[in-house]
Design a protein around this ligand. Structure first.
Ligand code: GRF
Length: 201
């Protein structure tokens, strides 16, 4: 048996030979700019994933429009007690990989166990700094010189799973949380596909 490095997801010989992609769900709660970006990435030939399902905890998520635009199945769950139903849907749709992209709910230990090592998230800070919310204002308040974003595996502890890739950018003296968020988001759109490319072998 070939030994996998920790944090690698193996593509089967069949997938390699046929270019068959791992069926992936993206979970969102908001604007969905990362979702749109991942969908576009998934359509290029070398992408190891296809986006087959969009899950949200709210109908307010603007990103749900990309389901219609790109003809991808979408499902909104009221997250209280919904995890069992979500797992059933993921199984039905043969989803093998999950990307969280601006998803504002915390998944339970049990849920994560079902997709162990197969859920990743993007976080707008240089983890382990600034887990949780308001990362940009916290970085500015702390007079940090750098901000950035991280793609990491999702573990039971919030924003604490193994980091796959990070991108660091300089904080300008006149940056506000809003201007910084804009700059970081631009980098997020490069980082997420790069992290996906990195973990599939
Ligand atoms: C991003 O900054 C992401 O890092 C964070 O939430 C934001 C989502 O933005 N987790 P979008 O919905 O992808 O535009």
């Amino acid at each position: 048996m070939e030994q996998l490095q920790q944090g690698e997801i193996k593509l089967s010989l069949m997938e390699k030979l046929t270019g068959l992609k791992k069926k992936t769900a993206v979970f969102i709660s908001g604007t969905g700019s990362n979702l749109k970006n991942i969908i576009k990435f998934s359509k290029i030939k070398k992408s190891p994933i296809s986006i087959d399902l969009i899950v949200s905890n709210t109908y307010q998520a603007k990103g749900l429009k990309y389901a219609n635009q790109f003809k991808i199945k979408k499902k909104v769950f009221n997250f209280k007690d919904a995890e069992k139903n979500i797992l059933t849907l993921l199984k039905k749709e043969k989803i093998k990989f999950i990307c969280l992209a601006g998803f504002m709910k915390i998944l339970s230990k049990q849920f994560i166990k079902n997709f162990d090592g197969r859920i990743i998230n993007i976080h707008p800070s240089l983890l382990p700094k600034y887990k949780g919310l308001n990362t940009h204002s916290r970085a500015i308040k702390s007079k940090d010189k750098f901000a950035g974003c991280s793609v990491h595996y999702v573990s039971a502890k919030l924003d604490s799973g193994k980091v796959i890739l990070q991108k660091k950018i300089k904080i300008a003296a006149n940056d506000s949380p809003t201007s910084l968020a804009k700059k970081v988001l631009k980098q997020e759109h490069k980082l997420y596909p790069a992290a996906i490319m990195k973990i599939f072998v």
